[in-house]
Write a protein that binds this ligand. Structure first.
Ligand code: ZN
Length: 149
């Protein structure tokens, strides 16, 4: 393993063992999105609170593999404080990175760059993207709307 790969692995394990912003809140101002990944048992719920165009809070909870759970923690850490537009651009950029499309390395990805290697393991792509897809979906919904999938 080279040093960079080792660093990326450490970032993923750190967020897996010590998840940031974990636990859902019971607040109608938050938008909630739940996604399951049957191929690996990942089951994740993301909540976001956007006010005056700013992502004020992101919460996550669920069960799953280290890739899935840690990526929800990384997502929440990165998104809080961003504008809604920045958050959407960042989500798109991340999803492009995971699916092997051209993406902007320099664009706020920070710890999320640790998931670049997932591109080599197509079976894990879903694990690395469901939290981000759920978050993207919350940005497109109004507060109080909840759906189950
Ligand atoms: Zn998984």
């Amino acid at each position: 393993m080279d040093t960079l790969e080792n660093l990326y692995r450490q970032i993923i394990m750190d967020h897996y063992k010590n998840p940031r912003h974990k636990g859902l809140v019971d607040d109608p101002l938050y938008v909630t999105k739940h996604i399951k990944n049957p191929s690996c048992g990942d089951d994740i719920t993301i909540q976001s609170l956007v006010r005056e165009d700013i992502v004020e809070d992101v919460r996550h909870d669920g069960r799953g593999c280290s890739i899935c759970c840690s990526s929800a923690s990384v997502l929440a850490s990165l998104m809080i404080g961003k504008t809604e537009h920045e958050a959407m651009t960042l989500t798109e950029n991340y999803l492009n990175m995971i699916t092997g499309k051209p993406f902007d390395q320099a664009r706020d990805l920070e710890d999320a760059l640790a998931y670049q290697g997932v591109t080599k393991f197509p079976a894990r792509m879903k694990c690395a993207t469901i939290a981000w897809q759920a978050f993207g979906a919350t940005l497109n919904k109004k507060a109080g709307e909840t759906d189950e999938q």
